[in-house]
Design a protein. Structure first.
Length: 806
């Protein structure tokens, strides 16, 4: 900006300059005495609307120098502005404004925001009372954006105001409408105002962008050109408003002042062109009003040809394109009203949408041509109208889709009974889709657990295959990774179960120190890679065996340790577990790190669903924002509470407490232990259509000392049983098999037992289904127990003992 700024302390040269400034000061004193130019007093407030302290002088002939304009304004020439939002309309010459500022505050650094962003040129001359020119700036939409002293979408200029009186002379010039709302504010006030404006702009343009993308996707899927024309219309209208607010110059084309200056009339005309084409398509004028359709098509082509001319003669086309908008909106409303009266139902929504735009556009155009006084509300009228129009037009398109669908269904019913049957089938499919969520969870659980069963089960078989220490270590890493993947899958399923109120909790005895050690061991290698130390401290007052839900406790603890490792680099992470002295039934858990920390104002929302600090968090560190929400709900379900202490840049401490009484406190009976003596050998029949799962189950059963026969389908299993070669002690039944699934197979076997054709033998479900509905279906089919995949030798042995020991 240095090329536009005069040096501080610059004075007019020589005796002539001194004489001129003495005259100016004389006029200034006289103006003060007559109160012709009131001063804006600056005290301890952060912002002032200073338009009422402006004096305006019209220099239509462009003959005044800054010194002459200042002298005339101080003498009392021109007009005293008496409204907060002056709109001067279209002016051909420079407009001069004088502002007196009386700074009674201790603040010297101020900012001046003047005019709307589309002003061509804005000069600011800051003067001291003795006639010294302190600074000069030149900005505008025809001046490169990077030359602005304050990089802002609006025309913002810095002021250094000494205590007492200061003079500010403004020179505004442009071929577009000249609006001069002037505000004086501190940098903090500008920042606060920008925060509010960003929220509003985010709503305006975010809604438009979402509507564009949504309808573009519909166009891609349906190939209905009405949606494409709507996207083009909404896109040009949104870009038009984006440019009017100065945001396009700041973010899209800051290095193109020539295009920034000429973009408004071009975008005005293109918005009208695409709105005409969209109206033709939506209202189906080619079908119902072909003559009117041809007139509108010709009009759209003619206006499109005018758009390049706006690049040649800006002054004429900015006024013509602005004036064109209002009559076109009225015409399109009349056409939509006519179509609505003819019985075209979707035209009513279309009419309502353009009525909102008509109101906003009418107010804006009347303000531009000085038929209404300017105000903030009128300035935002087009944005509000356009946003409401975008939403209502989306409803109109949705209604149009519904109308077309109903019409097609009517034609199909009248034309062919086969098509009518297809319609009924689609309706039934839509009704069945209401239960898709539960089915999806069941399928996801089954399909992902099935390959995991092959991985984890095979690892269990390899454990006793004579591996050396290094191979055993690698095996352990793979096993831990597989278990972590399984836990991650369970997180997604658990979230849905919690939301549906179907999360089961179990109560069993377990060793708490071992559980904590397993949780921290999962992340030691990862912590080392990040340069972190991971330590644990356990103080349980001698009560190590506790009763509770170890799986859910592990889930919470793993999530907190995982977050600590994820958000910490070259730091320290400590896991502390202690039994409370005041209430020995409760155990306090803490996971403390020296990571990035969390801002204090973000803490209350931290445990909400899908919440993260900001978008950059998910981009850099990953995650969905579900983990902490699930942890909070699990802790509360187990009768505890969870919280966090954090300081940004220094680290965080996540804590939770819950009742975990000692195992001896809950029951007089000792905690059940696995018998040390081997279990008697049994003959088992394993039924599974998956070769890998069959191999894993057979290998683990033989490892446990049992005799095994296998069948790869339900029909084969029944054939083996009826063959009578062996008497089986137990059947392990997979549920999802082709031809005859496990449920049907179990029912048929039980029926054969009841008919006396087969001896009694228990059936146990060995399946990847883990959701409650599927487990209940197993019991309803006659299976007496359920073992969920993936399986290990220990898990399988425990399940078999529970059944065969009865």
């Amino acid at each position: 900006m240095d090329r536009y700024r005069m040096p501080t302390g610059y004075r007019l040269p020589g005796p002539i300059g001194l004489l001129i400034w003495l005259c100016l000061l004389s006029c200034h004193v006289q103006a003060q005495g007559n109160s012709a130019l009131p001063a804006q007093t600056l005290t301890d407030a952060h912002s002032y609307y200073s338009t009422l302290a402006l004096r305006w002088l019209d220099d239509t002939q462009d003959v005044l120098t800054p010194e002459q304009a200042l002298a005339r304004l101080l003498r009392g020439d021109g007009e005293q502005l008496d409204i907060n939002y002056p709109t001067l309309g279209f002016r051909t010459g420079p407009q001069w404004f004088l502002l007196r500022l009386n700074n009674l505050s201790a603040q010297q650094d101020w900012l001046l925001q003047a005019s709307r962003p589309h002003l061509d040129y804005l000069d600011l001359y800051q003067l001291s009372p003795d006639g010294t020119l302190l600074s000069h700036y030149l900005i505008g939409d025809r001046v490169p954006f990077d030359s602005r002293p304050v990089p802002h979408r609006a025309l913002v200029l810095p002021l250094t105001l000494s205590p007492g009186e200061n003079l500010v002379l403004l020179r505004a010039q442009g071929r577009n409408v000249i609006e001069m709302p002037v505000a004086i504010m501190t940098p903090l006030a500008l920042q606060q105002r920008d925060s509010r404006h960003q929220l509003r702009y985010g709503f305006y343009y975010g809604a438009m962008l979402i509507m564009c993308l949504f309808n573009l996707l519909i166009f891609v899927s349906m190939r209905d050109r009405s949606f494409l024309l709507y996207v083009l219309y909404l896109g040009t209208l949104g870009l038009n408003l984006f440019a009017r607010d100065g945001l396009a110059y700041q973010w899209l084309w800051p290095q193109a002042p020539w295009w920034n200056h000429h973009s408004l009339p071009v975008l005005n005309l293109l918005s009208v062109v695409f709105s005409i084409l969209f109206a033709r398509s939506f209202l189906q004028l080619s079908r119902y009003r072909p003559q009117l359709d041809r007139v509108l098509l010709f009009s759209a082509l003619a206006i499109a040809c005018m758009a390049p001319l706006a690049l040649v003669h800006f002054g004429f086309w900015i006024q013509a394109s602005t004036a064109l908008v209002l009559p076109w909106v009225i015409i399109i409303m009349l056409i939509a009203g006519s179509q609505a009266r003819r019985g075209y139902r979707s035209a009513r929504y279309f009419l309502l949408a353009f009525m909102t735009l008509a109101v906003g556009t009418s107010l804006y155009v009347l303000k531009v041509f000085q038929l209404l006084p300017g105000s903030w509300l009128l300035e935002q009228a087009m944005q509000l109208g356009a946003t409401l129009e975008a939403l209502l037009l989306s409803f109109a398109l949705a209604n149009r889709m519904t109308t077309l669908k109903e019409e097609n269904e009517r034609i199909q019913r009248e034309a062919n009974e086969v098509l009518e049957q297809r319609v009924r089938e689609r309706t039934r499919e839509l009704n069945e889709a209401l239960s898709a969520r539960s089915e999806f969870l069941a399928v996801m659980s089954h399909e992902i657990r099935t390959p995991l069963n092959g991985i984890i089960g095979t690892l269990d078989l390899l454990r006793d295959s004579g591996l050396n220490d290094a191979q055993q270590q690698h095996l352990h890493v793979i096993e831990q990774s597989g278990n972590s993947l399984l836990q991650l899958i369970n997180d997604v399923l658990d979230y849905a179960r919690i939301e549906a109120g179907k999360m089961p909790l179990e109560e069993t005895a377990f060793a708490l120190p071992r559980l904590v050690e397993e949780c921290t061991a999962l992340f030691r290698h990862r912590a080392t890679l990040c340069g972190n130390t991971l330590a644990q401290q356990i103080e349980l007052s001698g009560i190590e065996d506790v009763r509770g839900d170890p799986m859910r406790l592990r889930q919470v603890l793993v999530n907190l340790v995982s977050n600590a490792v994820k958000f910490t680099e070259n730091g320290h992470i400590q896991v502390r577990v202690r039994r409370e002295s005041s209430n020995t039934d409760y155990v306090q858990f803490e996971v403390e790190d020296t990571g990035i920390g969390i801002p204090e104002h973000k803490l209350p929302q931290l445990f909400e669903h899908f919440h993260q600090l900001d978008n950059s968090t998910s981009r850099r560190y990953g995650g969905t924002g579900l983990g902490l929400a699930i942890s909070r709900q699990l802790v509360e379900m187990m009768g505890g509470e969870i919280g966090v202490r954090s300081q940004q840049g220094k680290g965080s401490c996540f804590w939770f407490r819950m009742p975990l009484p000692g195992a001896h406190q809950l029951s007089e009976h000792p905690v059940p232990r696995m018998p040390e003596h081997p279990m008697p050998r049994a003959r088992l029949l394993i039924v599974d259509d998956n070769h890998i799962n069959l191999m894993v189950a057979e290998g683990l059963c033989r490892k446990l000392g049992h005799e095994v026969d296998v069948a790869e389908s339900g029909m084969e299993a029944i054939a083996v049983l009826l063959g009578g070669d062996h008497d089986f002690d137990l059947i392990l039944m997979d549920c999802e098999m082709p031809d005859m699934d496990g449920f049907a197979t179990a029912r048929q076997i039980i029926q054969l037992q009841q008919d006396g054709r087969l001896p009694q033998m228990p059936i146990v479900a060995l399946t990847a289904h883990a959701v409650p509905d599927k487990i209940r279906a197993c019991h309803e089919a006659g299976m007496i127990s359920h073992i969920a995949k993936p399986i290990t030798a220990e898990k399988l042995d425990r399940g078999l003992r529970a059944v065969l020991g009865r």
